[in-house]
Write a protein that binds this ligand. Structure first.
Ligand SMILES: [Zn+2]
Length: 496
């Protein structure tokens, strides 16, 4: 039988605030020495009192607004009680009843994935397991941790991955988190259940959508530290649960961990429920109240988001989807591209612009990225000004340098930051425009390649391409290939 997967995601994100959530310790994800960024508050010593980090609240609300959430007027923190070695307080301050943001959505392609809520809590310490003992590092304890919970709207492994990737991009655009999954700054957990495709849709066709979902048994998957792992784990779980259901057995509600090396999920423990944590309102913190103006002020700070940028780049520059995606994913390069376009020489006729835009985009994406080798144009070691890059593009468009010469010029610009005309002049790289000089080169090529010449005269078109190549080689790329073609054709025809 065929089953339909119903997937929901819970995503934890460490916010990049200066200090921790409830104390003034540094929020330093790169701390080298264990237990160096700690104080009595984040260690949960008796008698200490937490103070709310305003920046963390602001960053969470900003994220919620970017994800189309409502921001309730009131919010508060709750205590989630449990015992664990990485949690010396015996409880974690979190939000259960009145989260900061709720009822949002994120569009992935044509589908709208609803977001139930985005709330704020504190991260716990990190356990380091050795052979015969375990160590605990509390540097991470108390770092603001934002948790986003989706509705079970996701219907495939690929879609779950796309959601997580787009979310990461948004978090980076908002500058609320570096959201690096390998560093644990963004952690994805998956809830997955299978429902019978036919019977449920028949029985529950006129009921609430959610009715059909309670039939599936929910399995939670943890330890997913890459996008690929998210996708693979869901695909694996679909297969595992389908096999169980087809053999007439029941899927157990539990938490499973992902073993990336073996490519399987393994049972960890039975799933806890909210009541197991005996949540109650955090008595040490005041409830929060937000004025409309405060929220609108945060909304006004939201920059252009990835999807808006995709649409604008299509509209303004008419680039192909692949190029647009490079500029959206690589925000610095996208911004640099726009600066280059704005620096194109004003004397260029408007109808030439589409061609120049395309040229600029291609040279940035292929040649420049090749030279950058993963470094960013935003770093101060990067020397090419947008003005010089625009001039470089104009020189190619004008036919002043060939694509072969362009590579040499760009490399030199990258090394020294010099302007392209200067490089061309200094290195004698400008194209030979004197027809007599070009003809001389062609005559030499013709006399040295009699076989190709007769091949061409016998109708072999590829021979012409070979001869053009020889002209380019002899001139060290300093002849415009189009000029070479027309002069060569003329000379060959005259010599018949
Ligand atoms: Zn502290």
């Amino acid at each position: 039988m065929e089953y339909k997967p119903i997937v929901g995601l819970e995503i934890h994100v460490e916010l990049n605030t200066k200090s921790k959530m409830f104390c003034s310790c540094r929020n330093n994800p790169n701390a080298r020495i264990p237990n160096s960024e700690i104080c009595p508050i984040c260690l949960g010593h008796p008698g200490t009192l937490p103070v709310i980090n305003k920046e963390a609240i602001k960053k969470t609300i900003k994220t919620g607004l970017a994800l189309n959430c409502q921001i309730p007027e009131y919010s508060k923190f709750d205590r989630k009680n449990y015992f664990y070695p990485d949690l010396p307080k015996g409880y974690q301050i979190s939000q259960l009843y009145q989260p900061l943001c709720k009822n949002g959505y994120l569009e992935i392609g044509a589908r709208k994935i609803r977001i139930r809520e985005v709330h704020l809590e504190e991260d716990v310490g990190r356990l380091i397991h050795e052979k015969n003992y375990s160590l605990v590092d509390f540097n991470r304890a108390g770092i603001p941790l934002m948790e986003l919970v989706t509705e079970p709207d996701i219907t495939s492994a690929k879609e779950a991955r796309n959601f997580a990737e787009e979310l990461q991009l948004i978090l980076r655009y908002l500058n609320v988190s570096a959201a690096d999954m390998e560093k644990g700054e963004m952690r994805v957990e998956v809830n997955i259940s299978l429902i019978n495709r036919e019977s449920n849709s028949r029985i529950f066709a006129n009921k609430l959508e959610i009715d059909s979902r309670v039939l599936g048994t929910k399995v939670e998957i943890k330890n997913l530290n890459s996008f690929k792992a998210v996708e693979r784990a869901i695909d694996y779980e679909i297969k595992r649960q389908t096999k169980i259901l087809n053999s007439g057995k029941k899927v157990i509600q539990e938490t499973r961990g992902w073993d990336d090396i073996r490519g399987v999920t393994v049972s960890q423990r039975e799933k806890e429920y909210a009541q197991d944590y005996r949540y109650f309102p955090e008595p040490d913190l005041p409830p929060l109240h937000f004025e409309k103006e405060e929220i609108e002020k945060i909304r006004a700070e939201i920059p252009e988001l990835p999807q808006q940028k995709r649409e604008r780049f299509k509209r303004e520059y008419n680039l192909d989807e692949k190029s647009i995606e490079v500029f959206v994913q690589n925000k610095d390069l996208g911004e640099y591209f726009e600066k280059v376009i704005s620096e194109l020489p004003p004397k260029i006729p408007k109808n030439q612009f589409p061609r120049l835009i395309k040229l600029a985009s291609n040279y940035l994406i292929t040649d420049l990225q090749g030279l950058l080798k993963g470094t960013s144009v935003a770093e101060k070691e990067f020397l090419i000004t947008p003005e010089n890059f625009a001039q470089f593009v104009a020189l190619i468009a004008d036919g002043k340098i060939s694509s072969k010469i362009a590579k040499i010029v760009l490399e030199e610009m990258f090394k020294t930051g010099a302007d392209p005309s200067h490089i061309i002049e200094e290195k004698g790289l400008s194209l030979i425009t004197d027809e007599k000089e070009i003809e001389k080169i062609i005559q030499e090529v013709v006399s040295e390649n009699q076989k190709a010449v007769s091949d061409f005269k016998n109708g072999k078109e590829t021979a012409l391409q070979f001869l053009i190549g020889q002209v380019m080689r002899k001139s060290q790329g300093k002849v415009n290939p189009e000029v070479a073609r027309s002069l060569l054709t003329k000379i060959l025809k005259e010599s018949k």
